[in-house]
Design a protein around this ligand. Structure first.
Ligand SMILES: Cc1cc2nc3c(=O)[nH]c(=O)nc-3n(C[C@H](O)[C@H](O)[C@H](O)COP(=O)(O)OP(=O)(O)OC[C@H]3O[C@@H](n4cnc5c(N)ncnc54)[C@H](O)[C@@H]3O)c2cc1C
Length: 302
């Protein structure tokens, strides 16, 4: 068996929005990055399927109250935090929520608008056309028509492909993480408190051979688990391999019982793919009707 081995400074597993933004951020900071994914091209996960859009910030000009745009942005960060805590039934990790609400909009500015040049829809006056999704108390969602994920991923992947410090390998399915505890050569390492990740075993799906990728830093960006359900709007590869690898490597997992479901999808008998009917439609006031044209949701959520 021809087992190949290589060493890289940074290994990123998964090329969705998480993997691509991590790759660009680290490569811009001067690190050599190897980005691998299971599919035949960069666009193979859930990210390109996203329709509704991405959270930004309420338009300060239309969001009165505080005096300056900065103060109004801060007001929206506080309002967004409240919306997220309500939607999360206060189970949320508050520090993470606060970080997301305060840093998220400027990350969207820097990475998606300025760096990747994503052409988010604008109003006639040049301001962003913000929409509102379920759970949000105000419009703050940036979108590109109803193919926001594809537009975002096209912008990001163009930057990835042009970056001199990012190498891409497709058809590489990570099998397991290499960790100091798992793979120690002497028993003493097993007693170390820090269990370090040192890369991953990867199946080269073109050659059928496993490869060893040693890395100083490994980023697990393998997305969700939606395809473990019979009916799913997720991409075919979303089967939770990252969660399983992390678990086997000794990572503590939490909140796995919380799963976002899309209640509205098109059922097609001949295909396993379920196309989503975007939740932005419900945010904009669309209602679910039975085959008789009758609203029925009040029976479940009065
Ligand atoms: C139909 C649909 C609509 C959505 N709409 C919205 C929306 O409007 N707004 C919103 O905010 N969110 C939306 N979401 C959710 C959003 O798409 C995801 O939260 C987001 O894309 C996750 O990004 P990611 O980078 O973590 O994962 P993904 O984009 O799923 O990327 C995962 C990557 O990991 C790779 N991978 C997986 N396992 C392995 C392995 N073992 N080895 C190597 N590579 C592996 C895959 O090949 C892929 O490249 C939607 C989701 C779906 C399915």
């Amino acid at each position: 068996m021809n087992v190949s081995r290589r060493h890289v400074p940074v290994l990123i597993i998964g090329s969705g929005i998480a993997g691509c933004t991590a790759a660009l951020t680290l490569a811009d900071a001067g690190h050599e990055v190897l980005l691998i994914n299971a599919g035949s091209q960069l666009l193979d996960g859930n990210s390109e399927l996203a329709q509704g859009g991405i959270i930004y910030r309420a338009d300060p000009a239309r969001n009165g109250g505080a005096e300056t745009a900065g103060a109004r942005n801060n007001d929206d960060a506080v309002a967004l935090e409240k919306d997220i805590l309500v939607a999360g039934h206060n189970y949320n990790y508050r520090k993470a929520v606060r970080f997301l609400c305060r840093q998220g909009p400027s990350c969207v500015d820097d990475m998606l608008i300025k760096r990747a040049g994503v052409p988010f829809d604008r109003n006639e006056d040049g301001s962003f056309n913000l929409t509102r999704e379920g759970g949000h108390s105000t419009p703050r969602i940036l979108h590109c028509r109803d193919y926001s994920g594809r537009a975002i991923m096209e912008g990001l992947t163009a930057q990835i492909m042009a970056h001199p410090r990012i190498t891409r390998l497709h058809h590489r399915a990570a099998i397991d993480l290499l960790t100091s505890r798992h793979h120690a050569k002497t028993s003493q390492y097993r007693y170390e408190i820090n269990n370090r990740c040192m890369g991953a075993y990867v199946l080269n799906e073109e050659s059928g051979e496993p490869e060893t990728i040693l890395a100083d830093w490994t980023v697990l960006a393998t997305g969700g688990v939606g395809q473990v359900f019979l009916h799913s709007t997720n991409a075919p590869g979303c089967v939770g391999t990252g969660v399983s690898m992390a678990f086997r490597a000794g990572v503590d997992l939490a909140n796995l019982e919380f799963m976002q479901f899309h209640p509205t999808a098109l059922y097609e008998e001949r295909s396993n793919r379920r196309s989503l009917i975007t939740e932005a439609m419900r945010g904009e006031g669309a209602r679910l009707l039975s085959h008789k044209g009758q609203p029925f949701m009040q029976g479940y959520d009065p």
